[in-house]
Ligand binder design. Structure first.
Ligand SMILES: *[C@@H]1O[C@H](CO)[C@@H](O)[C@H](O)[C@H]1NC(C)=O
Ligand SMILES: *[C@@H]1O[C@H](CO)[C@@H](O)[C@H](O)[C@H]1NC(C)=O
Ligand SMILES: *[C@@H]1O[C@H](CO)[C@@H](O)[C@H](O)[C@H]1NC(C)=O
Ligand SMILES: *[C@@H]1O[C@H](CO)[C@@H](O)[C@H](O)[C@H]1NC(C)=O
Ligand SMILES: *[C@@H]1O[C@H](CO)[C@@H](O)[C@H](O)[C@H]1NC(C)=O
Ligand SMILES: *[C@@H]1O[C@H](CO)[C@@H](O)[C@H](O)[C@H]1NC(C)=O
Ligand SMILES: *[C@@H]1O[C@H](CO)[C@@H](O)[C@H](O)[C@H]1NC(C)=O
Ligand SMILES: *[C@@H]1O[C@H](CO)[C@@H](O)[C@H](O)[C@H]1NC(C)=O
Ligand SMILES: *[C@@H]1O[C@H](CO)[C@@H](O)[C@H](O)[C@H]1NC(C)=O
Ligand SMILES: *[C@@H]1O[C@H](CO)[C@@H](O)[C@H](O)[C@H]1NC(C)=O
Length: 873
């Protein structure tokens, strides 16, 4: 969470004071989107060398304007690797190898080991020698998808600039984490990457950094990643994208799949950065959290209320309230006594429910606090720029030290603390917040002041902290860079780089300045926490939910979109926020349902519960001081929740199969319509309606007072989940949805595996399977079901069953290794006019279900352990 009080205080005190404290690059204002057209640029020197993986070039700086915002690096090398037929790697680096690279390790991005150039390339790489520039061309249609010609390359120690041409009205998706429209070049033409603890402002830098995008041109898609963790601005301006980066190298990857489908770009991207974590089944259940559950009785009461209102609840969460003086790994002895918390989790577990709590990276420096003394003893905390003195900031518990994930000893430290803590009350998962990292003061404000916390940073206090920070120097020994105030000022909404976080002159293991790894801090914590949880429960899928993330974090953790507000704007924008995460390979994601900051309303909460019930990660979360917003607070909200969650739990086998595809192929659990229908221009900027997988279209109502949505339908037949009404696309239809409903349509041509909804995932999974067969115009349909034990990392046996309905026959084929004990008992068909279903010679009558509009055959006892067919007549 953000420290709300200080923000409110600042705003109330005087808006102009806040403004005055900001540099020229005030949040959201594009300071300088110009290209440095007059820069010297580079030329190829010597001959190109062919290498095993592609091509090597040497570059020399041209004569002309240099040192724009740093020291020009004269000699560069360009290594072009044809890594796979669809992935091209272009690395432009300083020849001396001094610039910082994203580590090739779990704390950064583990690069695939490429020894030979791939054959059968989907792309061409072309370059010009003087000035040096390059193009990436998709061979199948000769489309130039990346083109740096016409603008000089700038490569300085603290400033990199590169521009590529794009069409004037390019369709770009990505460049996040960002609160804003899903299609990226409408409103915001700068995206700034500098991890920041802030309450989801529109079009400003926030918690995560993914300098990656997918572009759709004429129905075809390609993608690109700049693998660089430094602060940067990416300008998406008419006709071009300009990268302005304050360090590192230009490490570009291009994704050019054939056929050039958007989902294939996501698959290619996650081939490189890692696939999304495979969640345990229980993580698909409903979550309830709030900041403001002041004692364990309140928490127990919420669980009771859920039950008495007949509302599903899988996992109960608590925010920092449970801690003793906000210290990690402690429980308040009066409000959350360990013995009572332990009884609580025991009871939850007996009902197949779970408990997850928040943990912040910052460790209180209170000298009598063991997690601190152990970490101090092991020497695992971040340091100042003398490489010796511990860097201390300030977070909820007061002065704090910050674990340095880059120190190899930190894993042992964190594993010990996390497992001891989890064991103490038998926790099920860890929610990691404040890991940008957030600090409430500037610099090492806590040094030498004992445990006394100063008043909230007033201007005077801030000036003192600023002076103290400056006095330590603007860099680190042996490095001439100005790390506090680099000459190029990125559009950091917080102002100077070290505001509200660790100073950029603080240091990590290996003498790495925080400047170079700031955007990796939450990523490192995600990996280290996932590994720590696995040391507590070996073999079990760890549950980590992180706020800060980087390229590839999805393989360690899920993400919630941080501190949103209980407003209609945030309800709507949660859709693009979740879609972005899907594209970045963080499938397990969602926004705080009903809104975190501010008071929600009955109407907003009813709509949000309906939509949020379909977030890949579905959690209602509220902030301190607000009115309660659990779904049972209002009868209408309870009803909307029961309606929507009964659908979620019904289609859970479908969702779980989608998560498994995210984990293996990389495709999103949620998908923008344009990714499924790239040729349909009506969907280029659509970010209210979206797809759950490729079979379910969701059309939520996200405007106050509205009770309908003008929903666009792609080509084909779309069946209303509620009553089976078929709509024939392409078309637009006004769909009515009262407060307790959300319009859901099934794509004709799909087969969806079902369960009967209960109040927990495990009770739901104990019910028999069903299938919903939604026929297309040709009377055919396809679908898939993935089954495993639902919680182990390694699986001895899994089932992956493909269903195919064609010529009046449903055939199930595939892999049937998992010893599934529940049977397939029911098949519902939408479309077609059948009266009987024949299974192994036995006839079953189909009955029309007046409510769902489907023809239903039931009473089978079909084993899902071998292939079978069902004949319809
Ligand atoms: C940024 O740092 C400079 C140099 O210490 C200082 O003058 C300026 O006020 C700082 N800006 C903000 C917004 O704090
Ligand atoms: C950007 O370029 C335009 C046109 O060349 C020029 O007028 C403007 O001053 C430049 N802006 C900055 C901030 O350099
Ligand atoms: C692409 O360009 C090459 C060379 O100009 C040409 O041989 C080829 O036919 C073109 N391919 C397409 C699909 O236009
Ligand atoms: C940049 O964004 C602003 C709104 O933030 C918009 O008015 C302007 O047209 C955009 N500029 C370009 C060149 O796209
Ligand atoms: C828990 O907190 C609530 C709200 O402050 C209070 O009404 C209740 O008495 C507390 N219960 C216990 C057991 O302390
Ligand atoms: C340090 O922690 C101990 C034990 O929780 C507590 O009694 C003490 O007040 C704390 N000291 C400070 C200065 O916060
Ligand atoms: C939320 O509602 C409570 C109770 O009515 C009120 O005390 C509080 O000020 C409200 N908060 C906001 C941000 O309006
Ligand atoms: C919403 O409509 C459904 C029928 O579609 C009806 O059963 C339900 O009572 C309505 N709820 C409200 C709050 O109007
Ligand atoms: C129906 O079959 C025709 C002929 O095989 C095919 O072209 C068309 O794509 C099919 N339609 C659907 C919706 O599958
Ligand atoms: C479904 O079965 C039919 C008939 O056996 C076959 O022609 C078709 O290719 C199958 N479709 C899929 C997607 O497997």
């Amino acid at each position: 969470m953000v420290k709300v009080t200080s923000i409110l205080v600042a705003v109330l005190l005087s808006y102009t004071v806040v403004q005055a404290k900001l540099p020229a690059s005030a949040p959201g204002i594009v300071v300088n989107d110009n290209v440095s057209s007059d820069a010297a640029g580079y030329q190829v020197s010597g001959n190109a060398q062919h290498t095993n993986t592609g091509l090597h070039l040497s570059l020399k700086s041209n004569t002309g304007k240099k040192d724009l915002y740093g020291k020009t690096i004269e000699d560069l090398s360009v290594d072009v690797s044809f890594e796979t037929s669809e992935r091209l790697h272009v690395r432009i680096a300083d020849k001396a190898g001094k610039q910082y690279l994203v580590p090739d390790s779990p704390l950064g991005v583990e690069r695939p080991k490429i020894s030979h150039s791939a054959g059968d390339l989907n792309y061409d790489f072309q370059y010009t020698e003087k000035p040096f520039a390059f193009k990436v061309i998709r061979k199948s249609d000769n489309e130039t998808i990346f083109d740096t010609t016409g603008q000089p390359l700038v490569f300085e120690d603290q400033y990199l600039e590169l521009t590529t041409k794009v069409p004037n009205d390019a369709n770009l998706y990505g460049f996040g984490e960002l609160t804003g429209a899903y299609r990226r070049n409408n409103n915001a033409n700068v995206t700034t990457f500098w991890a920041r603890d802030v309450a989801d402002p529109f079009y400003e830098n926030q918690y995560g950094s993914h300098p990656a995008y997918t572009e759709i041109r004429n129905g075809k898609a390609h993608g690109s990643l700049l693998l660089n963790a430094h602060g940067m601005d990416i300008f998406t301006v008419t006709g071009r994208i300009t990268y302005k980066v304050i360090g590192g190298i230009l490490d570009f990857y291009f994704f050019v799949p054939e056929p050039a489908k958007p989902n294939a770009v996501v698959a290619a991207y996650t081939d490189l950065v890692g696939k999304s974590i495979m969640p345990s089944l229980w993580m698909l259940g409903w979550n309830q959290c709030r900041w403001g559950y002041q004692n364990i009785s309140m928490v127990e009461n919420v669980v009771e209320e859920y039950k008495s209102h007949n509302l599903p609840l899988e996992t109960m969460w608590t925010d920092i309230d449970y801690m003793d003086s906000y210290k990690d790994f402690t429980f308040d002895p009066v409000r959350f006594p360990v013995s009572k918390v332990k009884d609580f989790t025991t009871k939850l577990h007996a009902n197949n429910q779970r408990y997850v709590v928040i943990v912040d990276p910052a460790i209180s420096t209170n000298s009598s606090y063991e997690p601190y003394s152990r970490g101090h003893e092991m020497d695992v905390f971040m340091k100042l720029n003398d490489y010796k003195t511990e860097y201390n900031g300030q977070v909820w518990p007061g002065y704090t030290a910050f674990p340095d994930w880059f120190n190899p000893k930190t894993q042992d430290y964190w594993s010990y603390e996390i497992s001891n803590f989890m064991k103490s009350v038998d926790l099920d998962g860890i929610w990691i917040d404040m890991n940008e990292p957030s600090s409430f003061c500037l610099g090492s404000c806590g040094s030498n002041k004992g445990n006394q916390v100063p008043p909230d940073s007033s201007d005077a206090e801030h000036a003192k902290e600023q002076a103290a920070l400056n006095a330590l120097g603007t860099g680190v020994p042996g490095d001439s860079r100005n790390l506090l105030y680099p000459q190029y000022t990125i559009n950091n909404g917080a102002g100077n780089l070290s505001e509200k976080t660790a100073p950029t002159t603080a240091t990590h293991y290996g003498k790495i300045p925080h400047y170079d790894v700031h955007n990796l801090y939450g990523h490192g914590e995600s990996y280290t926490t996932n590994t720590a949880i696995q040391s507590y429960r070996p073999g079990e899928r760890a549950f980590v939910l992180t706020r800060s993330q980087f390229v590839g974090t999805g393989k360690y953790a899920g993400h919630w979109t941080g501190d949103n507000s209980a407003t209609w704007d945030y309800l709507k924008v949660s859709i693009s926020a979740v879609l972005q995460m899907q594209q970045f390979g963080i499938a397990l994601s969602g926004s705080d349902i009903c809104g975190f900051l501010g008071n929600t309303t009955m109407e907003l909460c009813a709509r949000w519960q309906s939509l949020g019930s379909f977030y890949p990660l579905a959690r209602n979360h509220n902030s301190e001081g607000n009115i309660p917003q659990e779904p049972y607070v209002w009868p209408e909200v309870a009803e909307s929740t029961r309606n929507a969650l009964s659908i979620r739990y019904t289609i859970m086998p479908y969702m779980y199969s989608l998560f498994q595809e995210a984990n293996t192929i990389g495709t999103g659990v949620w998908r923008p319509l344009i990714f499924e229908y790239p040729e349909d221009n009506r969907f280029l900027a659509e970010d209210v309606q979206f797809m759950l997988g490729d079979s379910i279209l969701i059309s939520p109502v996200v405007y106050q007072g509205a009770d309908s949505i003008d929903a666009k339908f792609p080509a084909g037949i779309w069946y209303d989940w509620k009553d089976g009404t078929a709509i024939s696309g392409p078309t637009t239809q006004t769909l009515h949805a009262n407060l307790t409903e959300i319009p859901i349509h099934i794509r004709g041509g799909s087969i969806i595996p079902l369960k009967s909804p209960k109040l927990t995932v495990s009770d739901t999974y104990n019910t028999p399977y069903g299938l919903l067969v939604a026929l297309d115009k040709n009377g055919t349909a396809n679908g898939r079901l993935y089954i495993d034990d639902g919680h182990s990392i390694k699986q001895d046996s899994t089932s992956s069953i493909n269903f195919n309905f064609s010529q009046d026959t449903l055939a199930a084929k595939g892999q049937f290794d998992y010893q599934e004990t529940t049977k397939l008992e029911k098949i519902s068909v939408l479309g077609g006019s059948f009266t009987t279903a024949v299974v192994k010679g036995k006839k079953y009558q189909l009955q029309k279900d007046d409510k769902t509009g489907a023809s239903v055959a039931q009473g089978f006892q079909i084993d899902l352990t071998s292939s079978f067919t069902v004949q319809f007549n």
